[in-house]
Design a protein around this ligand. Structure first.
Ligand code: GAP
Length: 457
């Protein structure tokens, strides 16, 4: 593999995502809608693969089950959870240029807060701005019909603690996992899909016996870090832990740590692991009047469990995977006259587990019976893995297109294939090529996807 360079500008990542069909601006034909993005054919597949992988990691174990709760919840949920009173950001306006921004994000010079746009120090007083989106339920608007779009998926899990525990008969410790949309009316969204007003969360609440919470907090910290390093293969130097001091804790948290990723615009939070104590269940118990206790058959005691939470944004993780994997690679190429020259290609070095396509079938010619053979390979493989089929342009161009969208293997079908019943399999990262019999192709690709790094070197 040649010399590799990451993209240092977010604008290059945004351009690449649009050009290759990963992410488009929402309602682009109308000029777009601020902070809203649409995932195209490749992006939606990438994000789905990330969510599926997370879901598998979380729920393929006896102590975690999944749910899918609704976005709209009883309004008292948000009073109990503290979101109505506490889920606010300090908002100020610049009196000079009228820019509105978060006071705690404003640059400080000589101990004074400045406007990030025009540098003025003439700012309005701070107002606490609640980040929840409001809407109305039913045809009549008014106080009684106000509902909120959930700002976190977690509350759907807390209010269902009793239902899940009763129906699954799970004993502590056990967890409930969920993937779904959340909404926050962020004052300053931005940095592409990093901070948006509509986003997807992947959260897991793990219910434990009080007193065992610190042990499980450590366990989930280690488990989640290993997900990024060992399962996803994110570059270690782009990840770091940040423990929250007491001043930076959310209203519900006893302890919290963030997994941060080094994005082109700087370090940013990817996931939070929180010790929420028994705050949420106790609040819901109080506001609903319904018991949310657990009966411990060993100690014969009833208590409200403590909760360790792991919370990651699917969109942020997809962005981190994109920033981590998209590289420009320069190789030294030997020309036909023996001279050497530099050759640069774009490669999306994404883990094959989450690559949008696993394989691309590339017939060397559009003529029959080559197309027929290539199409049969496509249909045979497609039942087991996501396969692309590309006949347009030179084979070199098609390889480059697949490299750029992260397809681990290209399978070229040529005229010899009709005679020797073999095809050429090319490895995305090493660019090595191997002749493989069609009979063994499916098995060869499956083995190759499992041990991708060792396969073509
Ligand atoms: N239930 C806990 C909770 O929601 P959080 O730290 O506020 O915790 C968890 O959010 C994760 O959700 C973050 O680490 C981030 O990945 C994602 N997230 C939060 N706000 C976001 C936003 N405005 N845009 C995109 N992702 C967001």
């Amino acid at each position: 593999m040649g010399e590799v360079q990451r993209y240092s500008q977010l604008s290059d990542i945004v351009g690449l995502c649009k050009r290759r069909g990963f992410i488009f601006q929402s309602s682009e034909i109308y000029g777009g809608l601020n902070s809203c993005w649409d995932y195209g054919p490749l992006g939606s597949q990438l994000k789905k693969n990330i969510k599926d992988l997370w879901w598998k990691e979380m729920t393929n174990r006896l102590d975690v089950v999944g749910i899918d709760a609704s976005i709209l919840m009883h309004p008292t949920t948000w009073k109990a959870s503290g979101h109505i009173d506490e889920f606010t950001d300090p908002l100020v306006d610049c009196k000079k240029c009228k820019t509105r921004f978060r006071e705690d994000h404003a640059p400080i010079k000589d101990g004074v807060k400045h406007c990030p746009e025009c540098d003025s120090t003439e700012l309005t007083d701070i107002r606490n701005f609640n980040l929840m989106f409001k809407t109305n339920m039913g045809p009549v608007e008014g106080e009684g019909s106000t509902v909120f779009l959930r700002p976190e998926t977690a509350q759907g899990i807390f209010v269902n603690f009793g239902n899940v525990q009763e129906t699954t008969r799970k004993k502590l410790p056990f967890g409930i996992a969920q993937i779904g949309k959340s909404f926050r009316n962020e004052i300053t969204p931005g940095n592409f899909t990093f901070r948006t007003r509509e986003f997807e969360q992947m959260e897991m609440q793990y219910f434990v016996t009080p007193g065992e919470d610190e042990k499980w907090y450590d366990y989930w910290k280690r488990t989640r870090y290993s997900f990024y390093i060992d399962t996803l293969g994110i570059n270690r130097e782009n990840l770091q832990w940040e423990e929250h001091g007491p001043d930076a804790l959310a209203h519900y948290a006893k302890a919290a740590v963030d997994v941060n990723y080094k994005f082109p615009f700087g370090w940013g939070e990817l996931e939070g692991v929180h010790n929420r104590g028994n705050y949420d269940l106790s609040q819901h118990q109080e506001f609903s009047g319904k018991k949310l206790e657990y009966f411990d058959e060993v100690s014969k005691e009833k208590y409200v469990p403590f909760v360790i939470e792991t919370a990651v944004g699917a969109d942020r993780l997809a962005l981190a995977v994109i920033c981590d994997g998209f590289v420009q690679e320069t190789n030294i190429k030997e020309n036909s006259d023996g001279s050497k020259s530099e050759d640069t290609r774009n490669v999306f070095r994404v883990n094959p587990l989450i690559a949008p396509y696993k394989v691309a079938i590339l017939p060397l010619s559009k003529k029959e019976p080559l197309q027929e053979l290539a199409h049969k390979l496509y249909t045979d493989l497609n039942s087991d893995m996501a396969v692309d089929y590309d006949v347009a342009g030179s084979i070199g161009k098609r390889y480059r297109r697949q490299d750029e969208v992260g397809t681990p293997f290209c399978v070229t079908v040529d005229f010899d294939s009709l005679e020797d019943e073999k095809v050429t399999v090319r490895h995305r990262d090493y660019m090595t090529q191997q002749r493989v019999s069609i009979e063994r192709l499916d098995e060869f690709l499956k083995e190759g996807l499992k041990a991708f790094d060792e396969f073509g070197g």
